[in-house]
Design a protein around this ligand. Sequence first.
Ligand code: T46
Length: 134
Amino acid sequence: MQVTKFKFKQHENELGSLVFLESCRDIPFTVKRVYYIYGVGGNLRRGLHAHKTLQQALICIHGSCKVVLDDGTERVEVVLDDPTEGLHVGNYVWREMYDFSPDAVLLVLASEYYEKEDYIHDYDEFIKYIKENS
Ligand code: T46
């Protein structure tokens, strides 16, 4: 599966902690877009799609959330609860984010600008693509 969890270096001193992320160094692609998700209530589930070309790094910089990742053959659940950890998600991976803590802030770094046509929202269509291209 095109998914890797990685650890960032934390710079900690008596003034607190700092984590920095450099495009193509700490993040394995050129970052073109940044967005963040917060204030996700109770049992809500976001995502429920795959991307045709987009790669992303997901970092829960505050609180926690869970992510299910599915490449059509394998399905894994990852807990994001550490601001020094990131999850690199490649293209053609179905993702669902859920179990957000009330204080969760999920930061996402993306390899492409926003493009509606890059999304696959239909799970059956996603599986069909995977079968036809494996
Ligand atoms: C992903 C997961 C992890 C924009 O106009 N520009 C943007 O860059 C983004 C990310 C979203 N939007 C609009 C599109 C929707 O009307 O914001 C609205 C909410 O987006 P969406 O329902 O796609 O949010 P999620 O949480 O389901 O998915 C997002 C990303 O869209 C997606 O690429 O992988 O976070």
